[in-house]
Design a protein around this ligand. Structure first.
Ligand SMILES: Nc1nc2c(c(=O)[nH]1)N[C@H]1C(S)=C(S)[C@@H](COP(=O)(O)O)O[C@H]1N2
Ligand SMILES: [Mo]
Length: 341
């Protein structure tokens, strides 16, 4: 997404480069160290030649792959009806997580050593009982359910993902939200030693870390909002925001902040990271809305990442509130959604 001088090329890359090419590029670079290999070249190069390197490198990279643990959960029957899911491999290798770099393959490539245990998530601010959860608490304190949700990135691609988690509302209820509370502010971990994008302005695209997000109290209490600790039956991989991340399915993906360490209930509107970078391009609400275009591209349709490569992926119409209009339209009654995007 982002910054104006790099944006065009980024959008282009995310739209026309198939997910498998990212993986191929990673493996090629691991296997032979051809750092200057360009994407178009990698694509035209015969797969047969590079398969040799790919199979060579997969063994050594296997041992350094982050280990995801199976979780026990119940399927929430209200959210099991999405027909085509995005394959697990693509959810794991095509990501936005600028703390690990701006390339779609960077989070998977540079996140595997990320330490999630010990972890500390605090819920503080305008609450009766501030809470601190450790790594084990995140997985054991709440009943974990599975929900299949659509995810729509502001860059006009989308996925269907089987998340595991619990509602943000259940967490906030335990903390006891005070009556003067108006917003909830979320913060990602700040750990430049582990996150190369936080360490270098070049790698992290000059974002002022830590990444911050926000919701109104009414939005935060909506039963669709999940604190996710897993997907596809297992704990989250670092590239998806381990050990815990937010999932707000009716908003653009950038609202779904990853690797959260702090949740603060407040009476002040938080300035979220993308709003701070480009206020005319990224708003506070960031509701998925096919009628309000991004200043530099249309939001009317999206490229669904399913089976097959980028050329087999067709565009489909984007739905108001990403298809969750029935559940959330009431939150925005009387609000001009073109002005407050
Ligand atoms: N901390 C943090 N959270 C983040 C991001 C990020 O760069 N940093 N990227 C966002 C964007 S733009 C999207 S589309 C989703 C992608 O989530 P996924 O990679 O798990 O599909 O994460 C969001 N959460
Ligand atoms: Mo995104």
């Amino acid at each position: 997404m982002l910054i104006k001088h790099t944006k065009k090329s980024q959008l282009k890359e995310s739209q026309i480069t198939s997910e498998s090419v990212y993986k191929q590029r990673r493996n090629i670079m691991k296997g032979v160290g051809l750092a200057a290999l360009s994407l178009p070249f990698a694509k035209t190069a015969s797969a047969g030649v590079f398969d040799i390197f790919t199979s060579n490198s997969s063994e050594s990279s296997e041992s350094s792959t982050f280990q995801r643990t199976p979780l026990s959960f119940t399927k929430n029957t209200n959210f099991q009806s999405l027909t085509s899911l995005t394959p697990e491999s693509k959810v794991l290798e095509y990501n936005n997580f600028y703390e690990f770099g701006t390339g779609k393959g960077d989070p998977a490539e540079y996140g595997q050593q990320f330490k999630v245990d010990p972890w500390s998530l605090t819920i503080d601010g305008l609450v009766d009982n501030p809470i601190t959860l450790n790594y084990e608490d995140l997985l054991k304190k709440f009943d974990i359910e599975e929900r299949l949700y659509r995810m729509r990135c502001v860059e006009a691609w989308s996925m269907n993902i089987p998340w595991l988690g619990f509602t943000l509302a259940s967490l906030l209820k335990q903390a006891g939200v005070k009556s003067n509370a108006k917003f909830v502010r979320f913060e990602t971990v700040y750990d430049p030693e582990q996150m190369r994008g936080q360490k270098s302005r070049f790698v992290g695209s000059s974002i002022n870390f830590p990444y911050v997000e926000g919701l109104t109290i009414a939005e935060a209490m909506n039963p669709l909002v999940l604190m996710s600790v897993g997907l596809y039956g297992k704990t989250l991989a670092p590239q998806n925001g381990a050990p815990i991340r937010l999932v707000v399915p009716w908003k653009y993906g950038f609202k779904s902040i990853k690797s959260v360490v702090k949740i603060t209930v407040t009476d002040k509107a938080p300035v979220n990271t993308w709003q701070a970078i480009g206020p005319d391009e990224y708003g506070f609400f960031a509701n998925v809305n096919p009628n309000v275009d991004h200043p530099r591209w249309s939001q009317a349709t999206e490229r669904f990442i399913g089976e097959g490569n980028v050329f087999q992926q067709s565009r489909k119409p984007t739905l108001m509130f990403n298809g969750y209009e029935e559940e959330v339209a009431d939150l925005y009654k009387g609000i001009n959604l073109s002005r407050y995007f």
